[in-house]
Design a protein around this ligand. Structure first.
Ligand code: SF4
Length: 433
């Protein structure tokens, strides 16, 4: 049997390197000139209010620009860019597209820009009881070019092509993917692709990210492009570069079992660079205390009297994005004295334990689940979906927990400034000249 091939290219000039990757992988072979083609970047979130470092988080505009230009030069004229960023995000897709320079692609090449969150989602039945609401535009196109980022993910280990398609789901279906069972996330989102005509995957590895998928992770310049007409083959190579064998990534294992793929690297043909020359293992998860009372960092700081239960796979992206800021806020409430025996639970399945004076219920799901929980003496309910940080600060203050919102603002500046003037990092990569 012919091996699925994957191009692995070191980036010199993005346009030239992408051309090389497409030639090596025969990447345009599955696309007809008159087809309507959706390009799906990864814009998991964006922020106009506080500094947002996009390194390793958001697909670079440089790769998007090069791709659209190549497609236009090759005679593909019916192009759309579509994404459904984090639900509940204040700045809507149009503003993000403007910030990323995509409107220039619209002016120059007639590319249509679609914010899935503003369009219809079609209830889609998989015929075996499994259902997802998928963006109408994603279902209607002839082909999809998937352009994820080369990054790790604190729940799914890696977030590459198969995971990137989660952006085509409605808010409800995204939340459904983060179900109760530990394996639910890994079983659900790999099925999205079964209804989408993905003809090409290009992993944007200009940067890479540990402890992703958001900007609280740490980014590194990488300078790679990985391309294949086979989505699984592309992901297996991307995972290897991040230091993960496919057999250790549950969603890749499920996908392989369902679609008859091998998990062994030797069963795929890698063209261009050697994988081994680019493997740099990156951690995917944050470290917690053995007693599950909080991040190791809290223990090192001497924070006591507070048990923050570690997020699980039922915590969806909305709450995940707020989880780290919540930690920063609670950390700011620590004034050297132990907390007054407080527990924090989150997600759809964590229940409050007995023996705590106060329980913080982080997010609507935790509030609902623990509404009648007799273990709770006093609850601080943060009902948002996801919780709003300013409201959270107010709610905690009423109970005598004085968080400093400015500490969070400072943290956001810290995250951003980590890359300032640092060699290999350029915000220009998210602009289009
Ligand atoms: S509260 Fe959090 S975990 Fe629950 S549905 Fe909303 S975002 Fe997801």
């Amino acid at each position: 049997m012919e091996k699925a091939s994957v191009a692995l290219v070191k980036v010199s000039q993005v346009y030239d390197s992408l051309r090389e990757a497409l030639e090596l992988s025969n990447g345009l072979s599955g696309l007809e000139k008159d087809e309507r083609i959706l390009i799906k970047p990864n814009i998991v979130s964006w922020d106009f209010q506080l500094p947002f470092p996009p390194f390793g988080v958001v697909t670079t505009s440089k790769v998007m620009e090069a791709l659209v230009r190549i497609l236009a030069e090759e005679g593909y004229k019916n192009l759309i860019i579509g994404e459904g960023s984090l639900p509940g995000l204040k700045p809507k897709g149009d503003e993000i597209y403007e910030a990323l320079g995509y409107t220039k692609l619209q002016e120059r090449y007639g590319v249509e820009l679609v914010d899935f969150n503003k369009e219809k989602f079609i209830p889609t039945d998989y015929g075996d009881g499994f259902k997802l609401d998928i963006a109408q535009e994603a279902l209607a196109v002839d082909k999809v070019i998937n352009v994820p980022v080369l990054k790790t993910h604190n729940q799914a280990k890696v977030s590459l092509g198969i995971k990137n398609l989660k952006g085509c789901l409605s808010r409800r279906s995204k939340q459904f993917c983060h179900g109760l069972d530990h394996e639910e996330l890994n079983l659900t989102f790999p099925r999205i692709i079964e209804k989408l005509p993905v003809a090409l995957t290009i992993i944007d590895g200009l940067y890479t990210l540990e402890k992703g998928p958001g900007p609280t992770g740490k980014a590194y310049p990488k300078g790679l492009l990985i391309a294949s007409t086979d989505p699984f083959a592309c992901d297996i190579v991307g995972a290897a570069v991040l230091g993960y064998e496919a057999k250790d990534v549950p969603h890749l294992v499920h996908y392989a079992q369902r679609h008859g793929y091998s998990l062994e690297m030797e069963d795929y043909q890698v063209l261009g660079e050697k994988v081994a020359d680019h493997v740099e293992p990156l951690p995917y998860d944050f470290e917690w205390t053995e007693e599950n009372t909080g991040p190791l960092g809290f223990q090192k700081m001497g924070i006591e009297g507070l048990a923050i239960r570690k997020y699980d796979s039922s915590l969806c992206t909305g709450c995940s994005v707020q989880f780290n800021p919540m930690l920063i806020l609670l950390q700011s409430a620590f004034k050297g004295e132990p907390f007054d025996n407080i527990e924090l639970v989150s997600g759809k399945k964590q229940t409050a334990s007995p023996g705590f004076n106060t329980t913080i219920l982080f997010g609507k799901c935790a509030c609902q689940l623990n509404k009648e929980n007799p273990n709770i003496n006093k609850a601080i309910t943060l009902w948002g979906c996801p919780p709003n940080l300013e409201k959270m600060t107010e709610a905690l203050a009423k109970e005598g927990l004085h968080c400093d919102y400015e500490a969070y603002v400072g943290f956001r500046h810290y995250l951003f400034n980590r890359y300032k003037d640092k060699e290999g990092f350029s915000l220009e990569d998210w602009t289009i000249a």
